[in-house]
Design a protein around this ligand. Sequence first.
Ligand code: CTP
Length: 395
Amino acid sequence: MDPKRILLIVGGGIAAYKSLELIRRIKKAGMDVRVVLTRAAQEFVTPLSAAALSGDKVYTDLFDLTDETEMGHIALSRQADLVVVAPATADLMAKAAQGLVNDLASTVLLATDKPVLMAPAMNVRMWHHAATQRNLAQLKADGVHFVGPEEGDMACGEFGLGRLAEPGDIFAAIENHLPKSGALNGRKVVITAGPTFEPLDPVRGLTNRSSGRQGYAIAERLAREGADVVLVSGPVSLDTPSGVRRVNVETALAMFDAVHAELPADVFIGVAAVADWRPREAAREKQKKTAEPEMTVTFVKNPDILEAVSKHLDLRPRVVIGFAAETGSLEDYARAKLASKGCDAIIANNVAEGVFGSAHNHATLLDLDGFTPIPGDTKMDVADFLAAYIQKKLS
Ligand code: CTP
């Protein structure tokens, strides 16, 4: 596979020094990076240091004036898989939002037909200024992606939003936004994972022992296959897999809304251990213990997300898959769930075998063709099997 190519535009500002670390990370990941330095950026970063780290010629306005025959700005902007602007100054954002062209960086941004990712950095007041916020909204509407800015102390002595995102976070965003090229390229997959948390009061609630590992393994595997994966996750202590967009939720109701907001999709996989019930009321204040030896909580039924997606009249994904975690009568329950929830397949596993929280899973898939044992015994084996199954179903 050819290495991915990043065109990095470095804007002028004190944060520009972090672009050197970003170049190093991109190279370390085996990608190619070509660097454009604006005139102002060269006050903070020398073309020589950027060239040494990128291992390539660095492009500046000077190049634009004298070297056009060697590589035009059109070619420069088209040969990349992703254009990254870090730091994106207020000036660069304003020019890009207006389509103004008066230097190499703004010319590249107007000429490119590739996705653009911006990492803004500026003084907090400049960031909050109505003009910058207007430009931000316009750029988002134009399809530009953003990472940061972050909140913190600024070089100018003020505190607030406006700091450049850390190079590691910018790099993670780069991986997220690089166009994919796999068997599921262009397919959108929505996955639920982890437990839900149903509050009783501000500090207590009802949850379960799901670790989220199975759903995260599937998300990681399908993203590697090129799918556009959205992971709607309950509270877990796992890192977001590379290339996956994660939406954090706590309650079943929030998970239901987040999933529906992501439709239409090609595939839905319900892996989350959604609480079937929630306390009818969550107290606003922390509940104090009383002298009573017992207490009664009334629970009300949560909506079934898998069933709602399976039976959606307008936006049913082509493939809908559920999980059945059981401690006995696995096959009977799996058959009943396939029928009642209206999904295309159920992955049934026996959670009496210490599956929760571990990397292991021993499962079987049930669809209209009957039961198929899933080879292997890890959660990634289940993810591998599902990746192949989904490809077959969508072909
Ligand atoms: N599920 C869901 N929304 C719910 C409950 C379950 O989307 N409110 C999904 C789970 O993500 C899983 C499947 O339904 O894919 C099966 O969940 P499970 O809890 O095993 O089944 P239940 O229908 O809740 O039945 P029971 O608790 O009686 O086993």
